[in-house]
Design a protein around this ligand. Sequence first.
Ligand SMILES: O=P(O)(O)OC[C@H]1O[C@H](OP(=O)(O)OP(=O)(O)O)[C@H](O)[C@@H]1O
Length: 385
Amino acid sequence: MSDFDIVGPEAIRGGVATDAYFERTEATLRHAGKNPRVVAEVTADQFPDGDFELFAGVKDAAELLSGRDIDVDAMPEGLLFDGGPVMRIEGDYLDFARLETSLLGFLSHASGCATAALEARAAAPDSTVLSFGARHVHPSIAAMVERSALVAGLDGFSHVAAGEILGKEASGTMPHALLIAFGRGNQAEAFRAFDEAVDEDVPRVALCDTYGDETEEVLQAVETLGDDLDSVRLDTTSSRRGDFRHIVREVRWELDARGHEDVGIFVSGGLGPAELRHLRDVVEGFGVGGYISNANPVDFALDIVEVDGEPTAKRGKLSGVKEVYRTADGGHHVALRGRPGPTDGEALLEPLIRDGEVVSEFDCDIDAAATRAREDAELVGFGDE
Ligand SMILES: O=P(O)(O)OC[C@H]1O[C@H](OP(=O)(O)OP(=O)(O)O)[C@H](O)[C@@H]1O
């Protein structure tokens, strides 16, 4: 026994992280002396249908595709898509055939998590929303989950190692395990020890649902930490939840009644967009886990659409090299490259790789992607009820 069952960066970069049929394809084409010049496009749906999703995973895709003798164009991370290509690769087929498996994995999974995170963001635009879902997925993809959440505009995330990769600090306060380690009836002791132990810049957020009634544990936290208490978190287990909104409002009432209007209320545990809409006016923030980390990957495919300059495609797919456009009214349009697009349309695909190098103007910054996502989501009306 040794090591974890994880496909590592070198296998991905080297193209070993591929489906076996690409190895057979390479062998067959080489045997036949064929290596056509192709254009291939990554698409989910062929035609727009009004169902937008958020594009993510481009930074890792660029890392995978760089250093190859191919040209790549892509939508920047953080734009929304609805039919037509999000990425286009042009080159000799054997230069990228075996990369399809990892390429689609990078884009599909990240875009699925980012889209779910954007649904959460849109459901509570004025609340703090944190990503808590790393615990539900394989640790090797935690940074992908947290990055996708940030691209969607979430305010933070919980995973420490992901934070080191992303250059951002993870946030979090206390689990039930801390309260249980101090023992039933000793919540005040736990809150006090936490306050003494952790750095001053860590918000004092007391978890108030471990053994007793939420209101009682909240009042214990207030009595213990006084003005140092920043917020309380209610993670009431589903079997005891009843009317969660009522519980939250009761806690708010009792805090206010004692002059603690400034103590925020955070909630977590099994929350998705519907729950966020239901609670957003009575809490300051949410921890959202599985709704984001367990999201279905987007069903991207890579299809050859041109061979040696001639349009072609498997049936069900559209032949020819395409452009996608965003119009001023938030429309998403697909048209053949070189044909007129919509008059007020902005072409969305940008050069990503030329001569094997990632083009310096292509922006893979997380914060810039989040800004794009916010603006584009507003333009296309994502999440409007
Ligand atoms: O339900 P999700 O949206 O996926 O949220 C992820 C987790 O965040 C909360 O954990 P907490 O730290 O309170 O859990 P603990 O009981 O392990 O302390 C909640 O109980 C969930 O288990």
